[in-house]
Design a protein. Structure first.
Length: 706
């Protein structure tokens, strides 16, 4: 276990992370070797700086140290105070500051007819003929303490490059090139030392700001960090992102629940990523959809992050002149190529030297983007300008400086990839993930008026209406059909209502699941089981109140056993219908398609449920539909429960088409048998299990879609 042995008082708290948090996060970690290690006063990560670059000299004249595998302790002088640092550090601590380099990045989109086929590379890594190239020989770098902005017109390749660099959202893209962190090759392992704030903010709107960050802290922070330290870190981040005043405000659901502003949502996205104090930040158009003031506020936040030693890369679309002035370096993209990469302050002079002078009092960013844009109807002229600017960059000192920096950070090692080979992407255990997901889904269900109030009102209303229509049925021949119809109406209502309840909500949550799942927060099975567990109470409660109201209003068999028996059957049918809703929801993410599929998929099962068509008269080629219909088994259970102990039934007279003598006569007329009771219960239970397993398989397959 790593610990500090204080000889003198502690140093001052750093701006983005407290000393207590830093010390806690360094305990009980995986051992990693460094070539150099220093402790710097006021460092943003609690005072630690690990470097794998192999430098012999450290800033400010601090002593060098060589940390070896297997433990041991080394002393370092810190402003006259000696601290002893244990060598048991996690892999993430070795990336206290990151230099990201990329060289000759080429990206291709496979032909539509072959997108499903993942073997579109030749042995040398090149795409096969027919693939469309969208990035061409892109090289660059970004150092700690730097805010790099990637600019360009729509379709220039900004977001594609960002996704390639952070190894997320690549889809079927064919990527060729060299991406390194502190001179070491790295692939998907970069996700463990970086954060990615995407363009669209995706939240569970029913949660409050503080609750969202707590959920993120539970699943994203290292397991060795105590709850107290997680809460302390969460408060620090809220303070840093100016979210303290709105911490108890709901995030918001458009059209349903009023929530925080767009700027606060963007800052909340940053706050969630900053919880783990990542040394590398990626942001995709962080100012999109914000007014000029909020856009400047967000970029100022990025600037402050970079000032603490973080490496920050962002794409941005048409920034204002004030925002443009905040960037340290600029990467201009045009038609998938680099048009310029260098200091932001040199960009105007660079374009002027190529014959493109920005007008006075004109926004520089707008000028660059308009110059490199492809205007419809002027494609040839615009592409010629792009070629000229890109050619100018190819022969410029700026490109030479980039290639020199990239070459300096080049080595043949691949130890970063190897370090992640046996590393789980999940910080929390399976049980911790399940508890957190279930807690959040439960809160969302309770607070979302469309989930709780609407469902409850619908159930109460229909139960009362059914009870009034079939009010107190007498002992007569006509009442037999009425009672059978009322019980079948129970099954029909609980099936359609609860199936559609799932279909109308489940697809809406898939974007949140996909983002969090692919960020390594929780497993797919955890989300699926957690959601089912959170929804189980409401789906058990609804049939209970429905049967309780309508059973006695209709005047069914007046015993407690018969009442609870009917309640159990209807509850089981509700769970079967919910399971069917999961299947329909997991087949497609489009809520319009899922709501269109659900009713027609249920109708054939309804028709062969034993009410509209007598089981004895079903054609042989349709008997399989009756066998897979939960209406068949549930209807038989309800009918036998109602009539098995029913005595004499009054006969209306000679004009009746059928005169039932007693309850057993009613059961036999429907081709039902009391002896099938156990089988019916087993089949309904098996349907719940089988449907949910099939739904999970569909869900798992769709979870791979990025």
């Amino acid at each position: 276990m790593s610990e500090f042995h204080e000889v003198d008082e502690t140093h001052e708290r750093a701006p983005l992370i407290s000393k207590d948090f830093a010390e806690t996060s360094l305990s009980n970690r995986k051992t990693t070797s460094y070539s150099a290690l220093s402790i710097e006063k006021g460092h943003p990560n609690g005072g630690f700086h690990g470097s794998s670059m192999g430098h012999d000299k450290q800033p400010n004249g601090f002593m060098n140290g060589k940390v070896s595998h297997g433990g041991g302790e080394h002393g370092y002088m810190f402003g006259g105070r000696k601290r002893v640092l244990s060598t048991r550090l996690s892999f993430s601590e070795s990336f206290d500051k990151i230099t990201l380099t990329w060289h000759d990045i080429n990206v291709f989109v496979p032909p539509p007819e072959r997108k499903w086929f993942h073997c579109l590379r030749n042995g040398d890594g090149r795409a096969e003929p027919g693939a469309k190239q969208i990035l061409s020989n892109v090289s660059g770098y970004v150092e700690p303490g730097t805010l790099l902005a990637i600019l360009g017109a729509s379709g220039a390749g900004k977001t594609t490059l960002l996704n390639v660099l952070n190894s997320r959202n690549r889809g079927n893209l064919i990527v060729d090139g060299d991406i390194r962190v502190n001179d070491k090759l790295i692939g998907k392992g970069i996700t463990s030392v970086s954060a990615y704030v995407q363009q669209d903010d995706v939240f569970v709107g029913a949660l409050k700001v503080k609750e969202h960050l707590w959920f993120q802290a539970m699943l994203r922070m290292d397991p060795e960090i105590s709850f107290k330290d997680r809460e302390r870190r969460m408060k620090e981040v809220m303070h840093e992102m100016s979210l303290t005043k709105c911490q108890d405000t709901s995030i918001g659901i458009p059209g349903r629940v009023k929530g925080i502003s767009g700027g606060e949502m963007k800052r909340l996205s940053f706050a969630a990523e900053l919880l783990t104090n990542p040394p590398l930040m990626f942001c995709d158009e962080p100012t999109s959809g914000l007014d000029s003031y909020m856009a400047q506020n967000v970029v100022d936040t990025l600037k402050r992050m970079a000032a603490t030693g973080k490496t920050v890369v962002c794409t941005i679309h048409q920034p204002s002149s004030e925002v443009f002035a905040m960037f340290d370096r600029i990467l201009l993209m045009a038609e998938g190529r680099v048009a310029y990469m260098g200091p932001a302050k040199d960009t105007l002079e660079y374009f002027k030297s190529g014959g493109f002078t920005c007008p006075v009092n004109y926004n520089p960013a707008d000028f660059f983007i308009h110059t490199l844009a492809i205007v419809p109807g002027e494609e040839a002229e615009c592409q010629d300008i792009v070629r000229r600017v890109c050619h100018q960059y190819q022969n410029s000192d700026y490109r030479d400086a980039v290639l020199k920096k990239v070459a300096k950070n080049y080595s043949d090692h691949t130890q970063y990839e190897e370090a992640f080979a046996d590393r789980s992407p999940y910080k929390a255990t399976w049980l911790e993930q399940f508890r957190a997901v279930t807690w959040r889904c439960g809160l969302s269900n309770i607070r979302n008026p469309g989930i709780t109030r609407t469902r409850l009102f619908q159930t109460l209303f229909i139960a009362v209406v059914v009870g009034l229509i079939y009010w107190q049925q007498p002992n007569s021949q006509a009442a037999v059909q009425n009672i059978n119809g009322a019980m079948f109406l129970w099954l029909t209502n609980m099936t359609f209502a609860n199936c559609l309840n799932v279909v109308n909500t489940f697809p809406l949550e898939m974007p949140v699941f996909r983002r969090e799942h692919h960020n390594g927060m929780y497993r797919a099975d955890v989300y699926f089981l957690g959601k089912m567990a959170a929804e189980l109470p409401i789906f058990l409660f609804l049939p209970v109140i429905f049967v309780t109201i309508s059973y006695w209003m209709i005047g069914l068999y007046p015993t407690a056993d018969a009442f609870f028996y009917s309640m159990a059957v209807v509850t089981l049918v509700t769970l079967v219908a919910v399971s069917w809703g999961y299947i329909v929801s997991c087949v497609t993410d489009d809520i319009v398609i899922s709501t269109a599929i659900a009713p027609p998929s249920i109708m054939p099962l309804l028709l062969f449920g034993g009410f509209f068509l007598n089981n004895a008269s079903i054609p042989p080629y349709f008997t399989w539909l009756s066998s897979i219909s939960w209406f068949t088994y549930a209807n038989e259970l309800l009918v036998t429960n109602q009539w098995a102990n029913y005595g004499n039934i009054t006969c209306a007279g000679a004009d009746s088409t059928r005169c039932y003598q007693d309850g057993h006569d009613v059961i036999s007329s429907l081709a039902f048998t009391v002896s099938d009771e156990t089988l019916n219960w087993i089949v309904l239970g098996a349907m719940i299990l089988i449907f949910r397993i099939f739904a999970f398989i569909c869900f798992l397959l769709r979870s791979y879609k990025k």
